[in-house]
Design a protein around this ligand. Structure first.
Ligand code: NDP
Length: 496
């Protein structure tokens, strides 16, 4: 496992340096044999008695059995959220709501290690990412929104606003706890109650969060967590008493949800896929840019909606850049997600692995050249090596479709105009990256790129105060910052 030999002799072992594995202990985590649905402050059984297994994708071993919520269970959860909204949450002062959010944030910090290990076990991401990114950011979202809860009239002065009521939230498997925090914290800060559905393959950290919700004495029914597959999500979307929907996931499912929401005139935010251009100009600081590109595509195995999955590199430096990039990739360590040295963990599910494999094969058939490092992969579990596809044309599927895996697609350009044209030539518009030493070029590009988030000389920087969201097929609405907060309030007649 990991990279011990590189083709050109640049492996660390050649310098007499060898990593010793550093496996994070799982002793802190107490995974139950089975989990009920979290409705009205309690774990309860499903009306249908159905359940499903959740696996560790790095071993394919079962971790636990989770309850599948039927439409009747979703209805129970919505009713609990409604009662709780009327009885407690709507009447509570912003300062008191904020206190609960602060408490959740502090509990997340106190139990960060336990949450990080569980996230890694259930989802396959490297422990250093769940520990250093997912957990701190999840806590930060609760802290940030706790601060807003009693200041909404300053955030939106001279407007008469009120919460929507019961919010339905559906989240994906790539950042399970973090996406729960992105959704729950602003909804609660604004006075809404929630029915949340985690993804089928990664329900465990949301269920551990349910324990925290109980420990902080949040009034029952303010947050309800229903586990299940697409049908459970659909039951939330179709429920007549849900007042607002928020979804993160695939563009395909996002469009289904949009159709349903439009029919009922329901407020909706959609955070969907991406195919972000990562543009490297010839004057960029190349070593830093290479680290940025590596982080942009291999962070979380590339299961990232804003991943820098399309590298656009200026022709004059392309050969040198790709050569250096490939040498750097040789040093990435792929393997046990619980090892603190691991850079690339397991692919989240068998279905996702098959999708990645299928798209890469399509790319090769269409004429792309493939680079994979000389790393060996574990025998069990779902794995895909970091991969670079060169010789890619704009019309190729791999240049247009979201692969959502550790696969970088490379194209070149000669002028800023051509870079811009290629960068914007995508159905998506979530994020983009620019690397150049020229500030004027950064501004020129940033003004013209059709992407919701643009990073310059860095990538994948997130902050709860900064709005995040897309254009075109990447969705609409923003999460984070005051823009994200506003989505959880409705205008009741004041000036806007
Ligand atoms: P989905 O869009 O199917 O999943 C996202 C969430 O929606 C999950 O909780 C899922 O439940 C739920 N869901 C599925 N069908 C419905 C429905 N009809 N109504 C309501 N909710 C529903 O993504 P996939 O997991 O199938 O991944 C497919 C592709 O989507 C990936 O390969 C990737 O390209 C992209 N993707 C993008 C993400 C992003 O952040 N932009 C995140 C995840 C995926 P369940 O998990 O049980 O199916």
């Amino acid at each position: 496992m990991g990279n011990s030999n590189s083709k050109d002799g640049s492996a660390l072992e050649d310098f007499g340096i060898e990593y010793a594995s550093a496996i994070e202990s799982t002793s802190l985590v107490n995974i139950k044999d089975n989990y009920g649905l979290f409705i009205d402050g309690d774990f309860v059984a499903s009306s249908s008695g159905k359940s499903f297994e959740t696996l560790d994708p790095s071993t394919e071993k079962s971790l636990s059995v989770v309850t599948e919520a039927s439409p009747e269970d979703v209805d129970r959860a919505v009713q609990a959220a409604r009662v709780s909204y009327e009885k407690y949450w709507k009447k509570m002062s912003g300062a008191d709501r904020g206190r609960y959010l602060f408490r959740i944030a502090r509990h997340l910090q106190e139990r960060a290690r336990e949450f990080a290990v569980l996230e890694t076990l259930d989802g396959g991401k490297p422990i250093k990412e769940s520990r250093d990114v997912d957990l701190p950011l999840a806590a930060a979202h609760f802290f940030y929104h706790a601060g807003w809860a009693d200041k909404l009239e300053y955030a939106f002065p001279q407007r008469e606003l009120e919460p929507h009521g019961v919010v339905g939230q559906i989240i994906p498997w790539n950042f399970p706890l973090l996406m729960a925090a992105w959704k729950l914290a602003p909804a609660l800060a604004c006075g809404n109650t929630v029915v949340l559905k985690p993804a089928e393959t990664t329900p465990l950290t949301a269920l551990l969060l349910a324990e925290v919700i109980r420990d902080v004495d949040l009034p029952p029914g303010v947050i309800n967590i229903v586990t299940g597959a697409g049908e459970t999500g659909s039951a939330i979307v179709e429920h007549p008493e849900v007042n607002k929907l928020a979804f993160t996931g695939s563009t395909e499912v996002g469009k289904l949800i949009q159709r349903s929401a439009v029919k009922r005139n329901l407020p909706l935010t959609l955070e969907l896929g991406g195919k972000a251009p990562h543009v490297i100009f010839e004057d960029a600081a190349l070593d830093q840019a290479i680290e940025g590109v590596i982080n942009g595509i291999f962070f979380n195995q590339g299961h990232v909606c804003c991943a820098g999955s399309r590298l656009l590199v200026q022709e004059s430096i392309a050969d040198n850049f790709i050569d250096r990039l490939q040498k750097r990739i040789e040093l990435l360590r792929v393997g046990n997600p619980l090892d603190k040295n691991t850079d690339i963990g397991a692919i989240n599910s068998k279905a996702q692995l098959e999708r990645i494999d299928q798209l890469v094969k399509a790319g090769i058939e269409e004429g792309a050249e493939v680079f994979k490092p000389s790393c060996s992969l574990p025998d069990n579990g779902y794995w895909y090596p970091p991969t670079v596809l060169t010789g890619v044309q704009q019309s190729h599927r791999v240049a247009r479709e979201e692969i959502f895996g550790p696969v970088l697609v490379v194209q070149t350009f000669r002028t800023p105009e051509e870079a811009l044209e290629k960068a914007n030539n995508t159905p998506y518009g979530l994020s983009a990256g620019i690397w150049t030493e020229k500030g004027s070029l950064i501004h020129w590009m940033a003004e013209r790129l059709r992407a919701g988030v643009i990073w310059a000389n860095t990538f994948n920087k997130f902050d709860p105060a900064s709005p995040f969201g897309g254009y075109k097929e990447s969705g609409f609405g923003r999460e984070g910052g005051m823009h994200g907060l506003g989505a959880y309030l409705k205008n009741t007649g004041g000036s806007s």
